[in-house]
Each structure stands twice: as C-alpha cells, then as structure tokens.
Design a binder for this molecule. Structure first.
Ligand code: GDP
Ligand code: MG
Length: 177
C-alpha cells in the first residue's frame, strides 16, 4: 500500500468473474491482504479492494472488483464492467461445469466491457490436484483459441495469485504506455 500522500500514477480497474464458489473472493483476499479463509461467506454487496504496486517505476493502484453473489448468467450488471481495463476469468479445476461456462462469461465480458480489455483465464484450487477435473492442456488450448493469458492458481497455497495480477496489470500498463 502506498503511504499517505504518495503520488499514484495510474488507477486500473480489474474485475473478477466466473461461477460462484470458484474462489474469486479468496483470490482477491490473497492478493489484497495476503489472507485466506476456508469458510468464506458468499460475497454480499458490490465490493472492491485496492492494492498499490510499482510497475516500471510508476505507482499503479489496482482497484479489483469482486462480484456480489450475482454470478448467475447475465445477473452481473454493466456497471460492474464499466471502466474495467482488465479481467480475471476464474474457474475451479475440480469443477468441470465452471470451466464449461467460460465461453458464456467471455461472451458477457465482450458484450459489456471495453473491447481492449486484458483478460486472463485462471484455473483455481491447484492444491486439490487429486480432485482435478479440468486438464491444464484443455484450458491452455481454450486460452490460446480465445487469445487470453492463462495461469493455474491456488488461493489457499498462495500459488501464482501474485503472478496472475502482476501479469494482467503489466499487460495493461504496457498498453497505456
Ligand atoms: P467465489 O464465490 O468465487 O467468491 O468463491 P470463494 O472465494 O468464496 O471460495 C469458495 C470456496 O472455495 C470457499 O470455501 C473457499 O475457502 C474455497 N477456496 C477458494 N480458493 C481455494 C483454493 O485455492 N483452494 C481450496 N482448496 N479452496 C479454495
Ligand atoms: Mg465471492
């Protein structure tokens, strides 16, 4: 977090989307506060968290929006997407349905968000490898086809969460610079 009065060079809005229970709120808790909870409540109310980081000597405030339990198809409002320059599109590697819904989320993102939005596909819960239902290859193939970055994460073990945000924010940074 930048100290009070410190100058912010950029504010980037990034949205988290994907089915309910894939781990969006825990990914955000990990990134924003380095916290994790196994019994996280379904998110209530529109919410965002911020974290300021330095990219190429500039101070970038990431404003990360988390869905407020409106993950039903088409229930996320356009206000949620307004002004977003990045998106983490999250599925659960142990729930194939959450992966099967990715094309729907992409369609929704592409109809509501800016056409230049930077999107990363995120397969969460890699700590549950023994329950894996979505192969890395299948996800990687979809990402390639849809022109998305792709990473697998574990919010629980703090694997790749930092890298996922860093990658998206750096990609955005490089577009605006
Ligand atoms: P959301 O509905 O997408 O926001 O999902 P939550 O962040 O609320 O997480 C749903 C459930 O999955 C909660 O019980 C979390 O503790 C759990 N969870 C989230 N991320 C992980 C992870 O990386 N590994 C494991 N094992 N559980 C996770
Ligand atoms: Mg949530």
């Amino acid at each position: 977090m930048a100290a009070g009065g410190e100058k912010i060079d950029y504010v980037f809005k990034v949205v988290l989307i994907g089915d309910s229970a894939v781990g969006k709120s825990q990914i955000l808790a990990r990134f924003a506060h380095n916290e994790f909870s196994l019994d996280s409540k379904a998110t209530i109310g529109v919410e965002f968290q911020t974290r300021t980081l330095v990219i190429q000597h500039k101070s970038v405030k990431a404003q990360i929006w988390d869905t407020a339990g409106q993950e039903r198809y088409r229930a996320v409002t356009s206000a949620y997407y307004r002004g977003a320059v990045g998106a983490l599109l999250v599925y659960d590697i142990t729930k194939s349905q959450s992966f099967d819904h990715i094309p729907r989320w992409l369609e929704e993102l592409r109809s509501h968000a800016d056409k230049n939005i930077v999107i990363m596909l995120v397969g969460n819960k890699t700590d549950l490898e023994d329950q894996r239902a979505v192969t890395t290859e299948d996800a990687s193939e979809l990402a390639q086809k849809e022109n998305l970055s792709f990473l697998e994460t574990s919010a629980l073990e703090a694997t790749n969460v930092e890298t996922a945000f860093q990658t998206v924010l750096t990609e955005i940074f490089n577009i605006v610079n």
